[in-house]
Design a protein around this ligand. Structure first.
Ligand code: HEC
Length: 446
């Protein structure tokens, strides 16, 4: 008995009591590194977190949203050998600090230890752009209501054809702009859509409403200027429409936005081309109530490439997304995993280091959809059958890998393979706007 008591005693004495956690020394450094870029005056976060009073008032919520990893917003899992650039992720120790701080009274600590507040944002990061494309008129964002997906047409008119090597998107109002995508349209369709709707731009959830001639990229809070990899540049015709697709969220106060995209031109034509390897499927027909509907696609790469980035796309029912490579020797490398997809937190992911994929590597993807009532993001209550289409209540499946052929001479062969895949997709009806409109025309499910 005595000996057991002594053992217990020794154990208790040896475990040091948890060190007290305070705002100034422990919490403020975490918040300023991972949260304040969005949570301060004039930014997208719904409230500031850059003073003790602000953080203290939210201490319990901060502990909860970081423990669940809802904040900071970053949906991709950490994968060995496929590290992503600009990852926003708290360590388990940091989450523990925030939890203990909330649980022990959220104390202030020594005032002198307070870190300086983050530097204000302003100015172009790469200097004055060669061309600034600005929304032609301001767009009013209501105080309340659902998020808005709006497309704005900005005509480009240049004396000559140009190559774009870098860009920076500057939101007009950082409070309401949640993210933005940039497309080029030569067809005039976006103009027509714009003209057909009153006010600036037109509603465009998901796709911009036309088959883009090209995509220039995208922006989400926390991102600055983007420079393409060395030797890469994207073509910009002298006369084309830039279409800005902007996701706005409401903040409780009416706001107005006039965003700008600054472009930087290359002085020389590119020596390398970047290709979009799209794994996609339109064979989507999800029965009401199905909790784990799967969609797959794959392609075998004819030539060696360097994988630069990946862009996933689906709507509200998608829950999990996986993309992976199977090397010619049979080894598998996971390239993207999202276990809690959130349409409102879309992101263009870039790899920290390019990943070499030898010729005959197979790229594959699988998306899992939850069309039950248990999916809190299901837009239909009760759930209804959902098929492929562009509307909020339709679904899509796209995983876009950005690759550069290891040997520039291989570009043509890669382009041919991708073209063949696109043709098969179009034959399957992939670019037509089906979805809800022609659901009645489709045969009922067996
Ligand atoms: C990239 C921008 C960004 C970063 C970084 C960020 N937040 Fe947020 N946060 C938001 C936005 C936007 C919302 C509003 C809800 C939404 O859109 O998901 C939000 C919502 C919240 C909420 C309210 C959640 C609720 O359910 O009402 C809390 C609390 C929060 N953030 C805390 C944090 C903390 C703590 C960090 C750092 C560990 C952080 N955020 C990092 C943008 C950000």
């Amino acid at each position: 008995m005595t000996s057991l008591w002594m053992v217990v005693n020794v154990l208790v004495l040896q475990v040091p009591p948890p060190a007290p956690v305070d705002y100034a020394r422990h919490v403020a450094p975490i918040l300023s590194r991972h949260c304040v870029s969005c949570h301060r005056a004039g930014q997208v976060g719904p409230f500031p977190l850059d003073t003790y009073a602000d953080a203290r008032a939210k201490a319990r919520t901060i502990a909860a949203v970081t423990a669940s990893r809802y904040m900071p917003p970053w949906k991709a899992s950490q994968l060995a050998g496929a590290e992503l650039a600009g990852e926003r992720r708290l360590t388990a120790a940091e989450i523990g600090v925030l939890k203990r701080w909330a649980a022990t009274g959220a104390g202030a600590g020594p005032a002198l230890a307070l870190p300086p507040t983050a530097a204000p944002v302003g100015g172009w990061e790469l200097g004055e752009p060669d061309l600034v494309l600005e929304m032609t008129e301001p767009f009013a964002v209501a105080a309340e209501g659902d998020d808005v997906y709006q497309c704005f047409v900005i005509p480009v008119s240049l004396p000559t054809f140009r190559w774009v090597r870098a860009f920076e998107f500057v939101p007009g109002s950082r409070r309401v702009v949640h993210h933005a995508l940039f497309f080029l349209d030569r067809s005039g369709t976006a103009r027509q859509r714009d003209a057909a709707e009153p006010g600036p731009g037109y509603r465009c959830f998901g796709l911009p409403g036309f088959l883009p001639t090209a995509s220039l990229g995208g922006w989400s809070p926390g991102n600055g200027a983007y420079e393409m990899p060395a030797g890469v540049a994207l073509p910009l015709r002298k006369s084309v429409d830039l279409v800005l697709q902007v996701h706005y969220h409401t903040t409780g106060a009416a706001d107005s936005d006039r965003s700008r995209l600054g472009l930087y031109f290359a002085t020389k034509p590119p020596t390398r081309s970047i290709f979009d390897v799209a794994l996609a499927s339109r064979e989507i027909d999800i029965p009401a109530g199905d909790r784990a509907y799967r969609v797959r696609d794959g392609i075998t790469l004819p030539v060696a490439v360097d994988l630069m980035g990946v862009i996933p796309h689906a709507h509200y029912l998608a829950r999990q997304m996986r993309g992976w490579a199977i090397f010619p020797d049979g080894r598998r490398r996971n390239l993207l995993e999202i276990l809690d997809w959130d349409f409102n937190w879309q992101q263009n992911y870039r790899y920290l280091r390019p990943i070499r994929l030898p010729a005959e590597t197979r790229l594959e993807m699988e998306f899992v959809y939850d069309n039950s009532e248990q999916n809190p993001r299901n837009p239909s209550r009760p759930p209804r059958r959902v098929v492929w289409g562009p509307e909020t209540t339709d679904e899509m499946a796209g995983l876009h890998f950005q690759v550069i052929p290891a040997d520039p001479a291989d570009g043509t062969e890669l382009a041919q393979t991708l073209w063949g895949k696109l043709i098969r997709f179009i034959r399957a009806g992939g670019l037509g706007h089906t979805g809800t409109q022609n659901e009645a025309a489709r045969p009922p499910q067996p």
